[in-house]
Design a protein. Structure first.
Length: 267
């Protein structure tokens, strides 16, 4: 395992020659839902000119095709990375493969399901937990303003679902995200509550193994690979990758084993 404290670096140029391939988280590293950070874009352009492969990984429930479109609109050309792997894609694939026969899904969402439904005709959505076969969480509804509200909104539903042994599938295990220092709730809070009440939870994305396994396979299992993220690098560390933590105001203490620290992603 890595040392307790990593090296503080001033720019990506300080480490780029040590690695053949790179993984980058999206939110908080390359962008925060708007335009791609200018300095981060420069890093990707230089790595591309050096012919060093890049894979993007994200806990977004968006499917890959929609994520790529969004990144293009935000100013990130597709030629600057090999692929983007999303928690949404892994979750979607699981549902399609695991539930060959149509199931009724109790959906917790804001808008992601619309794109999922366009390419899936296997399943239908129900708002009646009594007839649901499985719970799928893609987003935290806007009515839930604070983590404390989750118990108020969902405990009765969750307790009934647990009595029926319904599995809770989470397409984004993040608890919180921040944009312009404003807090946004993420589905991991819902799955955390379901698990606390005694229910079975299956989550996709970072820090769970599959997304990293997929990334390494895409890169043809390189020996020298660096993962860069802002709050979630534990999955990379578990796969014996070096990791750079972009140290933001909301970093968490348990990620002090990063190989490198930097205040921002810049060359």
């Amino acid at each position: 395992m890595k040392k307790n404290m990593g090296k503080i670096i001033k720019g990506f140029r300080d480490v780029s020659e040590k690695y053949d391939c790179f993984l980058f988280d999206l939110w908080g590293v390359l962008y925060e839902g708007g335009a791609i950070f200018k300095d981060a874009l420069e890093v990707l352009k230089i790595l591309n000119s050096l012919k060093k492969p890049v894979v993007l990984i994200s806990n977004t429930p968006f499917l890959r095709i929609d994520c790529r479109k969004n990144l293009e609109q935000c100013g990130l050309p597709a030629e600057l990375y090999q692929t983007v792997l999303t928690a949404g894609d892994l979750c979607f694939e699981y549902i399609q493969n695991e539930y060959k026969i149509a199931k009724k899904i109790y959906l917790i969402d804001t808008h992601y399901w619309e794109n999922w439904q366009e390419i899936s005709n296997l399943h239908c959505v129900t708002d009646d937990i009594h007839e649901a076969d499985v719970i799928l969480a893609l987003a935290v509804p806007h009515a839930v303003k604070d983590p404390k509200d989750i118990a108020l909104h969902y405990d009765e539903i969750f307790k009934h679902a647990i009595k029926r042994n319904l599995k809770f599938i989470c397409a984004n295990p993040d608890l919180l995200a921040f944009c312009s220092k404003k807090q946004h709730l993420r589905p991991g809070l819902l799955s955390q509550r379901y698990h606390l009440l005694g229910g079975e939870v299956l989550s996709f994305g970072k820090p769970f193994p599959e997304i990293f396994i997929r990334a390494l396979k895409q890169l043809k299992y390189p020996d020298r690979v660096l993962m860069t993220g802002d709050t979630d690098i534990q999955g990379a560390l578990r796969h014996n990758m070096d990791a750079m933590l972009i140290a933001t105001s909301y970093e968490v203490d348990n990620e002090s084993k990063a190989t490198y620290f930097s205040a921002t992603l810049k060359w």
